[in-house]
Design a protein around this ligand. Structure first.
Ligand SMILES: NC(=O)c1ccc[n+]([C@@H]2O[C@H](COP(=O)([O-])OP(=O)(O)OC[C@H]3O[C@@H](n4cnc5c(N)ncnc54)[C@H](O)[C@@H]3O)[C@@H](O)[C@H]2O)c1
Ligand SMILES: O=C(O)[C@H](O)COP(=O)(O)O
Length: 524
């Protein structure tokens, strides 16, 4: 049973996929009301209100996944979650249309003074001359940030007869042409636009993007809209531009602090505001909640998630193709890590045969996670493996080769440690399973499963019997045994899989057998 804490207002209908599963228990409570049980939850489902801080994560010790029913993840400490191996997912396009429509509604309201006129009429006034507006048709709209929402705003603007100027450093000419907008520098957009709307995420680069310096570059009488994230337009910097009439009006759906409280901007009649309503439609909420609920379900069923912030995107189709290799690579990493129980500097992975044509990034992450698992006390998985490797000074790289050693596919891992290098090769054979086909220079064939025992010895008659005797004396049953040697009478290895793990005393006894050079337990 997996426990899911839903700590913000999420569409009830959207939670249906989770409610239908007998494996999921949903608890709907604010974080502050769930203090005593925070350590029990496997998943956390939020919108933008819950602040998922490092402190909260430290209390949610069982947490495996955070679902953001929406786009922006600036309320989530993604780095802290990643460090802890917690997957963070969002619903990137479920509320795009609602946010674009809200932006447009704000634009129309702004230039036609609808909120002010509404209040006036409700106050029993009839002052038509006070609310003369301007048309949108023929005006120049500047869009900063041309992703999902920015481009939907552009489509609507063009339908209204506006000319659209875009600033987005990542926008291609082809896409701009397709959507009938022109690409400009930021300064050009600031200088030529009658209305400017921002649709970027809030990042180090975009925080205060429309601050004092850039506001001064705008046209006198410009209208500004922020339905993206509070802080992209610097709220303090706006004040003098509103006071001196340079900015004709501002529409804000988002604020640096939410709620904004007694903010000085709220005193301006030409500043119109909504309480972060961009995504607040029945349709958007159903979309984002359903998307995230389905992803969480997939995740707990061991299937890939497609909209993770801290994992490479993986479709079901791709996952189906890589999953066998993903498991093989993890086991190879675990074996290599235990065999090379010394500090290592570098892992080099080579893919050959059919596996080389697949999405190997994910397979390498899995291998890395398997390698780090025996070395790291905290959770390590595909989410945080690359970060932990970096912290520990372990570099890794992928190569591709044609050398399959006679198998349809082959993954080869070479671990470089201090004065020692180790290579292990594995193959996944359909209808047969995972096999290790090469181990530290020996051709061998064993299944990387369970309690393994590696013995390196001299190739002498009776070695198998001696090992069998020691294990038998300690009531340890041998499930399978594979042997390999480089040449008759030379160095040889045995790989045994045992029905139960053995302790130090048994290992010591085996080490004492004449002609046995090394004994290692390997748990997979
Ligand atoms: N008000 C709401 O309720 C609401 C609803 C949904 C989304 N949002 C917010 O709207 C914003 C846009 O969302 P989206 O889904 O369109 O995101 P998106 O990722 O599809 O688009 C963002 C665009 O910004 C561009 N960009 C990044 N840095 C930039 C920079 N320095 N200068 C110019 N452009 C830059 C990117 O290239 C990208 O094209 C986000 O901040 C999101 O959180 C708000
Ligand atoms: O980033 C988003 O998806 C929007 O800002 C919506 O936020 P909300 O889910 O809190 O309405």
């Amino acid at each position: 049973m997996f426990r899911i804490l839903v700590s913000d207002a999420i569409s009830e209908e959207g939670l249906t996929p989770l409610r239908k599963s007998e494996q999921m228990e949903i608890v709907q409570k604010k974080v502050s009301e769930a203090e005593a049980e925070l350590h029990q939850f496997d998943a956390l489902l939020v919108r933008s209100a819950t602040k998922v801080t490092e402190e909260l994560l430290s209390k949610m010790t069982n947490l495996k996944i955070i679902g953001r029913a929406g786009v922006g993840v600036d309320n989530i400490d993604v780095e802290a979650a990643t460090k802890r191996g917690i997957v963070v997912i969002n619903a990137p396009n479920g509320n795009t249309i609602s946010a674009a429509e809200h932006t447009f509604a704000m634009m129309a309201a702004l230039v036609r003074h609808i909120p002010q006129a509404h209040i006036s009429v409700k106050s029993r006034e009839w002052n038509r001359s006070a609310f003369v507006g301007t048309e949108l048709q023929g005006k120049h709209l500047g869009i900063i940030g041309f992703g999902r929402i920015g481009s939907e705003v552009a489509k609507r603007a063009r339908a209204f007869g506006m000319t659209v100027h875009v600033y987005d450093p990542f926008l291609t000419k082809e896409r701009a042409e397709k959507l009938g907008v022109s690409i400009h520098t930021l300064d050009e957009v600031l200088a030529c636009s009658d209305i400017i709307t921002v649709h970027t995420p809030l990042t180090k680069e975009t925080k205060g993007l429309l601050g004092e310096k850039n506001l001064a570059k705008t046209k006198k009488g410009v209208y500004l809209i922020n339905c993206a994230r509070g802080g992209i337009i610097d709220e303090q910097a706006l004040i003098p531009f509103l006071q001196n009439g340079h900015v004709a009006g501002v529409a804000l759906d988002v604020f640096e602090q939410e709620p904004p409280g007694d903010h000085p901007l709220l005193k301006f009649d030409n500043v119109i505001v909504t309480p972060h309503l961009g995504a607040s439609t029945v349709e958007a909420q159903l979309n984002v909640a359903t998307q995230v609920a389905e992803e969480i379900l997939q995740f707990f069923e061991g299937k890939p998630v497609t909209s993770s912030i801290n994992l490479p995107a993986l479709s079901k189709d791709v996952y189906d193709k890589i999953q066998a290799f993903y498991h093989l690579a993890k086991k190879m990493g675990m074996i290599a890590s235990q065999y090379m129980n010394i500090p290592v500097q570098e892992l080099s992975v080579t893919y050959a045969g059919t596996v080389a044509d697949l999405e190997t990034t994910y397979i390498t992450r899995s291998l890395l996670a398997g390698f780090l698992r025996p070395r790291v006390a905290s959770t390590v998985n595909e989410v945080n493996a690359t970060m932990i490797a970096k912290e520990r000074g372990i570099t890794y790289g992928e190569k591709f080769s044609d050398e399959t050693h006679g198998y349809a596919n082959c993954i080869s891992l070479t671990v470089h440690g201090e004065n020692k290098t180790f290579t292990i090769k594995g193959s996944h054979i359909p209808n047969y399973g995972d096999r290790i086909v090469h181990f530290d220079g020996f051709a061998i064939d064993f299944a990387p499963e369970g309690h393994l025992l590696y013995i390196q010895h001299q190739d002498r008659p009776g070695m198998i019997g001696k090992v069998g005797n020691v294990l038998g004396e300690h009531q340890v049953n041998i499930a399978t045994m594979q042997v390999g040697r480089q040449e008759a009478g030379g160095k040889a290895i045995m790989l045994l899989s045992l029905d139960k793990p053995i302790d130090d005393a048994v290992t010591q006894k085996l080490t004492e057998i004449e002609d046995i050079d090394a004994v290692k337990r390997l748990e997979v």
